[in-house]
Design a protein around this ligand. Structure first.
Ligand code: NAD
Length: 293
């Protein structure tokens, strides 16, 4: 079975590397020549285009920024299915349930589509410990399961296209709200004169502990590096995907809306490349603290 990987970014790069260690052979492509060269240096083969991946591979994994990019990279004129469709396409991006349904419908009878977004950040992608939430045909899932296990811990959420994406959006809501509420609590404590490092230590042994107090603050906010590795723009994309799906399902998510607003303000303050941990700066500024201290 020939396996391909499209999109070798912060998540895709390390995931492809773990997959290559399992399969022994991997065809890769990315619009960034640098990203391709890094994988080729580790033993992968450059495929030159998305269409070439589709033509030559039985299974193609994708890890791309947005639903629009995934749609174009799979269905577009130069996309994975332009020349010949692979048997299985497994999208590891956070691209939302609607796109998963669209791909499944467009490729019905040709290609089995799995949506398989991941959680666990760059560290988890490197360590092969990311959670992988999969939707789509169970037979296709069973076929790629050993490959997914080489990259992380897969769970099949159901055969409905988008079941994995829906699970991922739920997880993202909790992760994003944890960052927002941690930023608010920390800003209040700092304004009242508490020491931020001591606050994080105490939260991590108290009921306030969460993924932001455990990982994001110690690694990227307390040292003021704001470099956790997940772009605020991508986090905003995820939160907007969640809000539009929730609106369609008539489920009010006011906490999600607040986090989307914080992320929007983070991009306005810090620029398009801001890391999502820079939310802390927006909240600090609103509290009258100096975020650039
Ligand atoms: P990234 O921007 O680092 O990587 C994306 C890669 O796709 C880049 O190498 C880029 O050159 C490539 N690319 C863009 N358009 C392309 C195209 N048309 N054809 C081929 N390659 C193309 O993004 P990332 O942080 O690795 O995120 C990838 C996906 O994983 C996103 O959907 C994101 O929401 C999700 N995700 C990211 C994290 C994280 O911590 N970074 C965690 C979980 C999920």
């Amino acid at each position: 079975m020939i396996v391909g990987f499209l999109g070798l970014g912060r998540m895709g790069g390390p995931m492809a590397e773990n997959l290559l260690a399992h399969t022994g052979r991997l065809l890769v492509h990315d619009v960034s020549e640098e990203a391709v060269a890094a994988l080729v240096a580790k033993g992968a083969e450059a495929a030159c285009s998305a269409a070439a991946l589709g033509e030559r591979c039985d299974v193609v994994f994708t890890s791309l920024p947005t639903p629009q990019i995934v749609r174009e990279a799979v269905l577009g004129a130069d996309g994975v299915t332009a020349e010949a469709a692979p048997r299985i396409i497994c999208d590891l991006s956070t691209s939302g349930p609607q796109l998963a349904a669209e791909l499944a419908e467009a490729l019905a009878g040709k290609t089995a589509c799995l949506d398989a977004p991941v959680s666990g950040g760059i560290a988890g992608a490197k360590a092969g410990t990311i959670s992988i939430m999969v939707g789509g045909p169970e037979a296709a899932f069973d076929e790629v399961r050993p490959m997914l296990e080489a990259m992380g811990k897969p769970t099949h959420m159901g055969e409905t296209p988008g079941a994995g994406q829906t699970m991922k959006l739920v997880n993202n809501l909790l992760g994003a709200v944890a960052i927002g509420v941690t930023a608010e609590g920390m800003a209040f404590g700092i304004k009242q004169g508490l020491d931020p490092a001591k606050m994080i230590d105490v939260l991590n042994q108290s009921t306030g502990v969460n993924s932001a107090t455990r990982d994001k603050w110690p690694r990227s906010v307390l040292p003021r590096t704001f470099d956790f590795g997940f772009a605020a723009a991508l986090s905003l994309k995820d939160t907007k995907l969640l809000l539009s799906e929730a609106e369609a399902a008539e489920v009010p998510l006011p906490l999600g809306q607040i986090v989307a607003d914080y992320l929007q303000r983070t991009l306005e303050r810090e620029g398009a490349d801001a890391d999502f941990t820079a939310i802390a700066k927006v909240v600090e500024e609103a509290a009258g603290l100096d975020p650039d201290r």
